[in-house]
Design a protein around this ligand. Structure first.
Ligand SMILES: [Zn+2]
Length: 68
C-alpha cells in the first residue's frame, strides 16, 4: 500500500494525476509550488519529484542571498 488513499488526486491545480505522496504545506511553499489544499498537500509522482528538485534549488539560492 502507498502512503495515500487510493483515488486521491494531485493537489497541484490543473494536474489530475493520482497522488502518491502527501507533504506539508510548508514543504510545498518552500518549493515555490502552489496547491489547492491549505494543510496537507497531495502530490503525484511528477510533482513530488519537482518539489524535491525545486527545494534543492531554492536552498542554493538562499545561501547565495545570505552571502551577498
Ligand atoms: Zn501533479
Amino acid at each position: 500500500m502507498g502512503k495515500t488513499a487510493s483515488g486521491v488526486k494531485c493537489s497541484v491545480p490543473g494536474c489530475g494525476n493520482q497522488a502518491v505522496r502527501s507533504v506539508s504545506q510548508a514543504e510545498v511553499q518552500a518549493a515555490g509550488l502552489s496547491t489547492r489544499e491549505t494543510r496537507r498537500a497531495y502530490l503525484c509522482r511528477d510533482h513530488y519529484k519537482e518539489l524535491k528538485k525545486r527545494r534543492r534549488e531554492n536552498k542554493r539560492i538562499e545561501r547565495w542571498r545570505y552571502k551577498a
